[in-house]
Design a binder for this molecule. Structure first.
Ligand code: ZN
Length: 290
């Protein structure tokens, strides 16, 4: 938050503040998928597997490259916290911060979820979003953010004088990954990362810049659908905040399960190939330049 200022403004303060912003990463140079080719596979999708994520818990799932997965609301309004990894190399994982810098605070149709350095390639592409009608509301809120991190027991302890709560998304994702890979809990925890907040409705207060949440507009039947660009290991937590209308990190909110549906198209999108890792040579200026 910005405090009440103590410093004396310079004479040209108003002029400096009046400078118009520029978008950090011009979207004209960001490679974008051929959405019509991607979306044409939607008519031929056949169900491969359906995984139920119990409330206040998480489950892992595998999506082969070229397949599609849907995160679906069932029973009641529920927010999901999603982690994604390269199924064959957990060091390549979803990079929420760079995805935000490239696509904006909230992702939607056609946006791609990028992986961590040194890979930086699309992991998944959003094919369909039944909540795309929501856009931005009068408060600046929107769905599917890449600004929140994930609810976690450390922040809860910080804000509640050492309180212990074990079903935050961070813990749910950790337990599910440890169980899925038969990995020690401590090791699994190190792989859990900042999430895509599926269905969560969030924004920043204009006056203070504080992160806010409000009741998600998601209803049973709504879904977010993504295309897997590489073989993916997913981990989805049904947040203890339920629709995140009041709080989280407790058992007080109404919570519902989420479904993950893995689907196979008859053929991949025309012209599609699984994306290569970043073209950067990784010498970081140590090679002599000619
Ligand atoms: Zn959560």
């Amino acid at each position: 938050m910005k405090p009440i200022p103590l410093a004396t403004p310079p004479e040209d303060a108003a002029a400096r503040k009046a400078i118009a912003p520029v978008v950090c990463y011009p979207t004209e140079t960001l490679p974008r998928p051929d959405l019509s080719a991607y979306r044409s596979i939607r008519d031929s999708l056949a169900s491969v597997e359906t995984i139920t994520v119990p409330p206040r818990d998480a489950r892992c799932f595998f999506v082969p490259a070229g397949h599609v997965f849907r995160i679906r609301s069932v029973e009641g309004p529920q927010v999901g916290d999603l982690n994604l990894w390269n199924a064959h190399d957990l060091s390549e994982r979803f990079y929420s911060g760079k995805t935000r810098a490239l696509n904006g605070t909230h992702v939607g149709l056609g946006d791609q979820l990028y992986s961590s350095f040194p890979h930086l390639r699309p992991l998944a592409t959003i094919l369909h979003d039944t909540l795309d009608w929501y856009g931005f509301d009068a408060f600046g809120g929107a769905c599917h953010d890449v600004i929140g991190t994930r609810c976690d027991p450390y922040t809860h302890a910080l804000l509640s004088d050492g309180g212990q709560y074990h079903h935050c998304c961070h813990s749910n994702l950790t337990r599910a990954l440890a169980e899925h890979l038969d990995m020690p809990l401590v090791e699994a925890e190190g792989h859990v990362h900042d999430v895509l907040n599926v269905f969560m409705c969030t924004g920043f207060l204009k006056e203070t810049g504080q992160y806010f949440m409000k009741a998600s507009p998601v209803r049973p039947g709504d879904y977010l659908e993504m295309f897997a660009e590489i073989d993916l290991l997913g981990d989805l937590s049904a947040c203890p905040g339920g629709d995140c209308s009041t709080g989280h990190s407790s058992d007080t909110a109404a919570c519902y399960p989420l479904l993950v549906e893995v689907l196979k198209p008859a053929a991949p999108p025309k012209g599609w190939t699984s994306p290569p890792v970043s073209a950067y040579d990784r010498t970081h200026g140590t090679e002599t330049e000619e």
